[in-house]
Design a protein around this ligand. Structure first.
Ligand code: UDP
Ligand code: MN
Length: 299
């Protein structure tokens, strides 16, 4: 049977007292103080979760924005998602772009139950506005489209590729993802908005985690509430001539401080290889594609 060394080597060990696999991760935090799971490799059985999800007939939508030159990322994003994202489950890809002709969706053949929906949206001159206005768009489409078509939304950056499985283990009422650059860092060093005049303000003695702007989601209604808050907070700040330090990410962090996520995704779900490959990182599921900022932004 399983031995102590195998318990250390692998993340799941068979218990002699329970008929279940027991979770063994001693190197990372696997639960928040408000009892939401933090999702790491080795903390769940995908077979059980897939069966449960399948029985309920859940539908998943992905929102991704490709404004201006960022359409170059779409091909890699979709192709790798087809390899790794929610394999075997129905998925709607909602691609928001100002360049509908740049993306020839028909070149990607999707299996039954999975489809690409291209939606035209305006672009903004500043990349900060492009990034922030995603909140407004997701909010509006949650009400007029997503709610009729899907149960869960996964809202992600496009300058990314999937390189390992991302499945139904991420789904929950409201989820956020730990930012790879600030994982394990002290709270004071989190790059929250520190101006008390801003709607995104978080004082240095507050904050649970630093969440990444490029990966959040949940049930459509929860995503509606989150994006509605973030967009309105941004507008209120704008009237005061304030722009939060990390734009939409700052407002997201403020929202998730007060409305705690029901699941937290580990940095496995949003990695950037410029941070190396630390020992706790057993899988790199969704990885940033390096980009030349001067070449690609504001173009
Ligand atoms: N984005 C876009 N066009 C732009 C700027 C941003 O489509 O000109 C979208 C795109 O989905 C991108 C996201 O906004 O992934 C966030 O911007 P970016 O990835 O540049 O931010 P970073 O991850 O570098 O902080
Ligand atoms: Mn990005």
């Amino acid at each position: 049977g399983c031995c102590t060394s195998c318990a250390r080597m692998t993340s799941l060990a068979f218990s002699t007292v329970h008929p279940f696999w027991v979770i063994v991760r001693n190197d990372v935090m696997v639960m928040t103080p408000w009892l939401s799971p933090i999702i790491w490799n080795g903390t769940y059985s995908i077979d059980i979760l897939n069966e449960q999800f399948h029985k309920r007939g859940g539908r998943v939508g992905v929102t991704v924005f490709a404004i201006k030159k960022y359409t170059v990322f779409l091909k890699m994003f979709i192709e790798t998602a087809e390899q790794f994202f929610m394999v075997g489950h129905p998925v709607n890809y909602y691609i928001f772009t100002d360049r509908v002709n740049d993306f020839n969706g028909s070149s990607v053949v999707l299996p039954e139950g999975r489809k690409i929906i291209v939606l035209e949206v305006p672009s903004y001159e500043r990349w900060q506005d492009v990034s922030m206005r995603r909140m407004e768009t997701i909010r509006d489409y949650s009400q007029k489209l997503f709610v009729n078509e899907v149960d869960y939304l996964v809202c992600v950056d496009v300058d990314m590729k999937f390189s390992d499985d991302v499945g139904v283990e991420i789904l929950s009422d409201l989820f956020g993802t730990l930012h790879p650059g600030l994982y394990g860092k002290a709270r004071e060093s989190f790059t929250y908005e520190r101006n008390p005049q801003s709607e995104a303000y978080i004082p240095t003695d507050k904050g649970d985690f630093y969440y990444a702007g490029g990966y959040f989601g949940g049930k459509v209604e929860e995503v509606y509430k989150l994006t509605n808050f973030c967009h309105n907070a941004m507008l209120t700040d704008k009237k005061k001539n304030i722009e939060a330090v990390w734009h939409d990410e700052s407002y997201l962090n403020k929202y998730l401080l007060h409305y705690k996520p029901t699941k937290v995704l580990s940095p496995e779900y949003l990695w950037d290889n410029s941070f190396g490959v630390p020992g706790f990182l057993r899988r790199r599921r969704f990885v940033a594609v390096p980009k030349n900022h001067n070449e690609i932004r504001n173009k």
